[in-house]
Design a protein. Structure first.
Length: 288
């Protein structure tokens, strides 16, 4: 077998086959919304200049606590197993611990996606006690670039501290980023900082012309730039697996569909470390 034909390191790692989903007692077979992303509020504490939602002020009519708990009950009835709470900035709702507790008591894994501006240690402990499983912090580059995108000096330092606070409270820590002209040449620098914080997953997507980002077309990547981005992400995935091997949960990149698929690194970027090789297959039934 030639070097070109030899299996990649990823092939050797991903031999295990993911087990089929087992229905809960009394749950009818068939597709279920196993994973839900729930935007609790549009209220936000950062004026991010690439925000696709133009978040800032709360909506005039956002759900009350009682209404949110009823929706949570409906998610349980539908068979949802995991919920990611987002905003705006979800922790700006004073009832967030109650919401987390309600979801967690129903057997759902609850995580929070945050900009981390005010995710202080006490808030982390309170949410962990309520049943929060993990925290994903949005970090978009080295300090100067991140602060520029977020429109806030000190935002990078606060976001990195948020990772520390979540981890020290006993939660799984992950991160996410939008990739654009300001940061696409700094991906290695960014991920090295995340590895130092023991982040086990990194979700990435391209900045697109939505919300405030539509006001900054000069920040959007040209198509030819994306080739280098995909090459870099694949190299980061392989290096992350190498570094995390033997440390428990392997490092994984979750690539947004707007980055593209069916390219030369498809299985590297679309498979889960330790699982079967995969590729983009569109929207599949939830029980596969």
């Amino acid at each position: 077998m030639s070097q070109d034909e030899a299996p990649s390191p990823l092939v050797k790692i991903r031999k295990a086959v993911s087990p089929p989903r087992v229905p809960r007692a009394g749950e009818a077979p068939g597709p279920r919304p196993l994973y839900a992303v729930w935007e609790l509020t549009m209220k936000c504490d950062q004026p991010c200049e690439h925000c696709g939602s133009r978040a800032g002020a709360a909506r005039i009519q956002e759900l009350s606590t009682e209404e949110i708990l009823k929706v949570a009950d409906s998610l349980e009835e539908l068979g949802t197993r995991e919920v990611a709470l987002i905003g705006g900035e979800a922790y700006l709702r004073p009832d967030l611990p109650k919401i987390v507790e309600h979801l967690a008591k129903k057997g759902m894994r609850v995580s929070l996606q945050t900009g981390g501006r005010a995710f202080h240690a006490e808030r982390a402990k309170t949410l962990k006690a309520a049943g929060l499983y993990g925290v994903g912090v949005s970090i978009d580059g080295p300090p100067k670039i991140h602060d520029r995108l977020r429109g806030n000096l000190g935002s990078y330092a606060a976001a990195m501290k948020a990772l520390d606070n979540a981890r020290e409270a006993g939660m799984v820590v992950t991160s996410n980023a939008q990739i654009n002209r300001l940061n696409y040449q700094h991906l290695w620098e960014l991920v090295e900082a995340l590895w130092k914080k023991d982040a086990i997953a990194w979700q990435v997507a391209l900045t697109v012309p939505m919300g405030r980002a539509a006001d900054r077309p000069d920040w959007l990547l040209e198509p030819y730039m994306i080739v280098d981005v995909v090459d870099t992400l694949a190299a980061i995935q392989l290096e992350g697996i190498r570094r995390y091997t033997g440390k428990g949960e392997p490092f994984n990149i979750f690539v947004g569909n707007n980055i593209g698929y069916y390219g030369p690194h498809e299985t590297t970027l679309r498979s889960r470390p330790g699982g079967r090789e995969s590729f983009w297959q569109g929207c599949e039934p939830a029980n596969t």
